[in-house]
Design a protein around this ligand. Structure first.
Ligand SMILES: [Zn+2]
Length: 496
């Protein structure tokens, strides 16, 4: 049966063909047209739709059209996508398709990748882990805000987050500012070293290298913080432009008191108008304070810094004990306000020069202070003939107010001179350059024109060298003892 249909179908089609070619058009009605039909199948790729009807969107369309029909198809990309083209290579949109065969067509769409700018900054008081950049849409970026010492993170401008670590998903240009706030620190109690140089020097300032000579220091003031009384300096020293305020010494001049406050921290400064004073104070952290220092003489205000001292600062006496010959093992132990300490020092000084004063009764020796001095100090003549006892009269104001910090160690010079009289029986055998010098002294043994008070622990020349003068003192004492010629250096005084 199947085999029979083939010849029939072939014959039919051949008949139709030849028939149409041979008919005279004028003579016969047209045959019923045989119109071919074709199928158009259109699909939309991912990221969009297609349509051949206004207002309708499809993911695929399959329709049958007569041959030659022109069909208009449009592609519609979804949000975030763009139309790429058709599977036939055309990029026209809409496209007109003429149906001459069964046709398959598909639209291709591409996702659009936006890029956005992220800008991250920080206010003063901290840093951020990134400054941002340009990122594809949807990128997640994690930013961490880190406060500096003395500051705390308080939030973000540009975000509601209060977390220091923040992850943002980029969907727009974004600006974030990390916000930090200063935490007012509690200033620690303790002693501070102040320096009033420019703002950036405090980092490198060597605040407590007290082993060196004062004159090598940066300007330094030592003061004390207490809970409500900050600067408690009772004594100050000025050497050139250097200030040293000692909290342990006694005052020699009246001090005025000014009060200032930093937040709830009141403080006082004991000073005089000749001293610079603080007009402003701010805590940098709990160990560093920043201040403005006003110089009343020059009417000038400068910034300075103060740092908490990690060790106890030396007193004025300690300080000068470390200058020049005050470093000496015996001299560095002297307490200038303890007469017996000074006497023991003299005995020890004699001993190392070969002069034995172990007979001296230190405990019963006497310092007598005088309100109305006729001289800085003098020997009491009634003890002159007792070699076992020292009694030295001393001007009261001079004794109370002078330590061993005088540039020329005057307090010590006076005592050694008087001990020379009292314990070594020495007279004023020198006019200058010796411990036993006086204006009425005999001769100028070393041709020096300097007086006793010109002797110093840091001598610029041999004439003013305290150590040399001490050597001379004891050498001449021994010479007098050994030669038996008292008159050369000692008083000739009959104690019997
Ligand atoms: Zn004298």
């Amino acid at each position: 049966m199947k085999n029979l249909l083939y010849p029939i179908a072939f014959a039919l089609s051949a008949f139709l063909f030849f028939y149409s070619c041979s008919i005279d058009e004028d003579d016969a009605p047209p045959p019923a047209a045989i119109v071919k039909k074709y199928t158009l199948s259109v699909t939309a790729g991912e990221g969009g739709t297609i349509s051949d009807i206004v207002g309708k969107y499809f993911s695929e369309i399959t329709r049958t059209y007569s041959e030659g029909t022109q069909v208009i198809i449009a592609a519609f990309p979804n949000s975030g996508h763009s139309f790429t083209g058709w599977s036939n290579g055309s990029t026209q949109n809409p496209i007109t398709v003429t149906l001459n065969s069964n046709t398959n067509l598909s639209a291709t769409f591409t996702a659009i990748i936006n890029s956005y700018t992220l800008t991250v900054t920080a206010v003063e008081g901290g840093t951020v882990s990134t400054q941002g950049g340009t990122y594809d849409e949807g990128t997640e970026v994690t930013i961490t805000a880190s406060p500096a010492e003395g500051y705390e993170f308080v939030g973000w401008e540009g975000s509601d987050s209060t977390e220091a670590s923040l992850t943002v998903t980029l969907g727009a240009n974004t600006t974030l500012i990390a916000l930090f706030e200063f935490i007012p620190p509690e200033v620690q109690n303790g002693k501070y070293a102040l320096s009033y140089f420019s703002e950036d020097t405090y980092n490198t300032l060597n605040v407590i290298n007290f082993e060196n000579n004062l004159l090598n220091y940066n300007p330094i003031t030592i003061f004390e913080f207490k809970d409500s009384l900050v600067i408690d300096a009772l004594r100050y020293l000025r050497v050139s432009d250097f200030w040293y305020i000692d909290t342990n010494e006694r005052a020699t001049e009246p001090f005025s008191v000014r009060e200032f406050a930093y937040k709830d921290l009141p403080f006082k400064e004991n000073t005089t108008d000749s001293l610079p004073y603080i007009t402003y104070l701010e805590a940098v952290n709990n160990k560093v304070i920043k201040f403005k220092l006003r110089n009343p003489n020059e009417d000038k205000t400068e910034y300075g810094y103060g740092r908490l001292l990690e060790q106890e600062p030396p007193t004025m006496n300690d300080f000068y004990s470390n200058v020049g010959f005050f470093r000496d093992p015996i001299y560095s132990q002297l307490d200038p306000f303890d007469f017996k300490s000074m006497l023991r020092g003299f005995i020890a000084d004699a001993e190392r020069h070969g002069v034995d004063l172990s007979n001296v009764d230190v405990e019963n020796s006497i310092l007598a202070l005088s309100d109305n001095p006729i001289a800085p100090a003098w020997v009491t003549w009634e003890t002159w003939c007792n070699p076992n006892l020292a009694k030295i009269n001393y001007a009261k104001a001079l004794w109370l107010n002078r330590g061993l910090y005088d540039k020329h160690a005057q307090k010590l010079q006076i005592l050694w001179h008087e001990f020379g009289h009292d314990l070594l029986f020495m007279d004023h055998w020198a006019a200058g350059g010796q411990i036993m010098s006086s204006s009425g002294g005999r001769g100028t043994p070393n041709s020096c024109n300097y007086g006793m008070y010109d002797l110093t622990m840091i001598p610029p020349d041999d004439c003013r060298d305290w150590e040399r003068a001490v050597n001379d003192l004891f050498a001449h004492f021994k010479e007098a003892q050994e030669s038996g010629i008292k008159g050369e250096y000692q008083y000739e005084f009959d104690c019997n």
